[in-house]
Design a protein. Structure first.
Length: 116
C-alpha cells in the first residue's frame, strides 16, 4: 500500500477539486432565458441549416486561395536565403512565379474568377 499511497492521495485530491468546481459552478451560475432571435445574422431569421452544403464554385475559390497561400509559404523562407544563394535563387523564384502567373491566366480563361 505504500507504493500506491501518493497516487491514491492525488486521485482523491483531484476528485475533491473537480467536485468543488462543479459544485461552485452550480451555485454561482446565472440561468438565462433563450433569446427571442438568435444573434446569428444580426437577429435576422435563419433560412438554412448551419451545416448546409455550399455551392460547388466555393471549392474552386478555396483551391485558388490555397495555391496562392502556398506561394507565400514558399516566398518567406526564400527572402531569408536569397542573399547567400545569389542570382540562382532570384531566377528560381521568378520561374516559380511565372508558373503561378500561368496558372492564374489559365484559371481566368476557364472562368474560375466569374461568379455568374
Amino acid at each position: 500500500m505504500d507504493a500506491f499511497g501518493p497516487a491514491l492521495i492525488l486521485l482523491g485530491a483531484a476528485s475533491v477539486g473537480v467536485a468543488l468546481v462543479y459544485g461552485t459552478s452550480a451555485i454561482v451560475r446565472v440561468t438565462r432565458r433563450p433569446l427571442a432571435s438568435p444573434p446569428f445574422l444580426s437577429g435576422m431569421p435563419v433560412t438554412e441549416h448551419a451545416v448546409s452544403r455550399f455551392h460547388v464554385r466555393w471549392y474552386a475559390v478555396t483551391m485558388l486561395f490555397l495555391a496562392f497561400d502556398m506561394e507565400m509559404v514558399f516566398m518567406y523562407p526564400w527572402v531569408l536565403v536569397v542573399a547567400e544563394k545569389g542570382t540562382a535563387a532570384v531566377v528560381e523564384m521568378f520561374l516559380f512565379l511565372a508558373v503561378l502567373v500561368a496558372a492564374v491566366i489559365y484559371a481566368w480563361r476557364e472562368g474560375a474568377f466569374r461568379w455568374t
